[in-house]
Design a binder for this molecule. Structure first.
Ligand code: NAD
Length: 256
């Protein structure tokens, strides 16, 4: 379905971004990977799907590096047709103890990077009259949890940016939507499981059940593969009139 298209997925060396990159590649899209850590394993797993894959290690907290990765994608593949703004980090602390540099980093990576990548991707998408922008927000773009001030503020902001982008492209073949997962067992959440297990002196499995039990009625983690399937649907012709939604995949979290 996506043969000949190019997808840039930020933060795709791990977790949800990698799951979405794989799902788009399985539909034939060429992929630009981004993120820290090992890039060779992710690159090989996507190349094995028979598409072209390139990697750029831009730090998405920096405007000059975002400009560099967008220029790189254009030079490698001609255009970015699908932009998945996924790179994100978390920090958990009460507001009065929240490190100022963590606040700045979360706003830069989880929110401002999506603005910069979007502003740089839109002109070519509008010219081609086809494009898909998918913002990885969170159920925390819809509701809050204590001790996650920067994350909740950034994700609510990302849902707002999604709506504005959708309005500014509403009469074109470009759509913009947000995905709002609940718990997904990636390194970002494993850190929170580990912290709970250590704080309460319980096992990893018990900490996972506690985490799910607090928020997610289905008592199941959403998987990167399920999120990849939703991203593929957003890229399909059937999704052309889905514009500006914040689509939760959260096991009932926000229904409460
Ligand atoms: P992860 O830690 O597994 O992956 C994050 C990715 O972002 C990695 O590839 C990492 O290298 C990259 N990254 C981090 N800082 C970066 C930077 N400055 N520049 C470029 N890349 C950077 O996390 P994940 O759980 O897969 O999270 C992906 C997205 O999904 C995030 O935006 C997160 O907020 C969101 N999300 C996650 C969950 C969850 O439960 N895991 C739930 C809702 C939303």
């Amino acid at each position: 379905m996506l043969k000949g298209k190019t997808a840039l997925v930020t933060g795709s060396t791990s977790g949800i971004g990698l799951g979405i990159a794989r799902a788009l590649a399985a539909q034939g899209a060429n992929i630009v990977l981004n993120g820290f850590g090992d890039s060779e394993g992710p690159r090989a797993s996507i190349a094995a799907l028979g598409v072209k894959v390139a990697y750029h290690g831009a730090d998405m907290s920096r405007v000059d590096e975002i400009e560099a990765i967008m220029a790189f994608a254009k030079a490698e593949f001609g255009r970015v047709d699908i932009l998945v703004n996924n790179a994100g980090i978390q920090h958990v602390a009460k507001i009065e103890n929240f490190p100022v540099e963590r606040w700045d980093a979360i706003i830069a990576i989880n929110l401002s990077s999506a603005f910069h990548a979007t502003r740089l991707a839109l002109p070519a998408m509008k010219q081609a009259n086809w494009g898909r922008i998918i913002n990885l927000a969170s159920v925390h773009g819809l509701v809050a949890s204590a001790e996650k001030s920067a994350y909740v503020a950034a994700k609510h902001g990302l849902v707002g940016l999604t709506k504005v982008t959708a309005l500014e492209t509403a009469t074109s073949g470009v759509t913009c939507n947000a995905i709002c997962p609940g718990w997904v067992l990636t390194p970002l959440v494993q850190q929170q499981v580990d912290a709970k297990a250590a704080a309460l002196g319980i096992s990893n499995d018990e900490a996972k059940k506690l985490l799910l039990g607090e928020k997610e009625p289905s008592m199941q983690f959403t998987t990167p593969e399920e999120l990849g399937a939703l991203a593929v649907f957003f890229c399909s012709p059937a999704a052309i009139n889905i514009r500006g939604v914040a689509w939760n995949m959260d096991g009932g979290w926000a229904a409460q």
